[in-house]
Design a protein around this ligand. Sequence first.
Ligand code: AMP
Length: 269
Amino acid sequence: MRQAIGKLRTSGKTVALVPTMGALHEGHISLVKLATQHADAVAASIFVNPTQFGPNEDFAKYPRTEAEDIKALEAAECDIAYVPTVEEMYDKNATTTVQVGSITEELCGAFRPGHFDGVATIVTKLFMQAQPDAAVFGEKDYQQLFVIRKLVADLDIPVKIIGAPIMREADGLAMSSRNRYLSEQERKIAGVMNKTLHEAVGKLRKGGEIEKIIMQAKDALLAGGFSKIDYIDARDAKTLGKIDKIHKPARLLAAAHIGKTRLIDNMEI
Ligand code: AMP
């Protein structure tokens, strides 16, 4: 990976990396396309990273569609696809991890202990392996994007981080590899997430009380068929810190379950 990218860079080209876990959809492809606008060449990695999954999460059943993914990357004019195995990526005696701290204990971090340590560690490894000029991450995983910006700032990693907007289905559902898990009926329920957040954002913009609006949104998700809510929260969009009054920029973030599938979404307030 480093050699392939090194060759491009010594020939004077800039390279952007798009890290993914595969099972690619239009959201991922939009990242590749955005990357082409920021660099001369684009590399995408496909790696279902075991260290970011909890013991009771879906690592084993996470969709793996490598052949189709490679075709989709080729069609999007991605220059390099990097598809390492778990054994290649993690030495069995490795003991070093990267912990960003603080914010990684909140929001998704509170419900997925160790998740962001796994993310920070694999992204650091990918950056060291690939040594790209830039890397593109989706706002779909808004907290992850924040954690990665913090990681490169705190550790002086010379990679420019580019955030990409969320790609959605016709009913507003944020595209996700995990949407494949949904049955036909669950897929209908999933559309309620975006609609509910949209309504809540409308009320928040009008100056409604945050706590009350969040309670109403939680009720709407449960009434719409969601089985469990991890959180819905309004945060400062830049620091992800808690807020008690909506100010600019703010972001509404949510995670909730439909049966065995956990969905996340977020929206600018
Ligand atoms: P994943 O394969 O789920 O780890 O996602 C790889 C990258 O694609 C991450 O930076 C995600 O934030 C981004 N991504 C996933 N879904 C979407 C989407 N619907 N719109 C934009 N970016 C996305």
